[in-house]
Design a protein around this ligand. Structure first.
Ligand SMILES: [Zn+2]
Length: 162
């Protein structure tokens, strides 16, 4: 499907390389023990630049804000309307901290995504082998039908069966 493919920079190179392995890295400042999103050259709180490192998110998030786009914001998204644009509170990889990331929620009815919904990372392959992080309803959310298993291959398996 057509997509706007994000550019990389020296700063975001580790993030994008990790997406090739379906890993979502969050930048942290180890000096003030705070996650930083989006990645910066220096910590926006303590201004340290030599204490930045990457931690891996567990891929679990909560919908903080959501809207459904019926008209594409970009012509490359023409085939995808209606689609969900959401602000997701994503696990930041440590200390139960989260970052807020703007993304799409896919593999569900766009009208049924609500604030507070649990979502999980899912990956869409880009043309150069990187993957774009998107979200889908979490497998243990209630009252929601699961989607085509072929689109969920990257997810961890369901925890238990009743
Ligand atoms: Zn800091």
């Amino acid at each position: 499907m057509a997509r706007v493919e994000p550019a990389t920079s020296e700063l975001t190179y580790p993030f994008w390389e990790a997406t090739r392995e379906h890993r979502y890295l969050v930048q942290w400042c180890t000096s003030c023990a705070t996650p930083i999103f989006y990645p910066r050259e220096a910590c926006p709180w303590c201004l340290a630049s030599d204490t930045l490192e990457w931690k891996e998110s567990n891929g679990e998030g909560i919908v903080h804000a959501v809207s459904v786009q019926y008209r594409p914001g970009n012509p490359a998204m023409n085939e995808q309307v209606p689609y969900v644009v959401a602000l997701v509170e994503l696990d930041a990889g440590a200390d139960n901290a989260t970052i807020r990331v703007m993304s799409n929620v896919v593999n569900c009815d766009p009208e049924h995504v609500r604030i507070g919904d649990e979502v999980s990372l899912v990956w869409e392959l880009l043309t150069d082998g990187r993957n774009l992080p998107l979200f889908e309803p979490a497998s243990d959310s209630t009252g929601r039908s699961r989607t085509d298993p072929s689109t969920t291959a990257s997810r961890h398996p369901a925890k238990e069966t009743q």
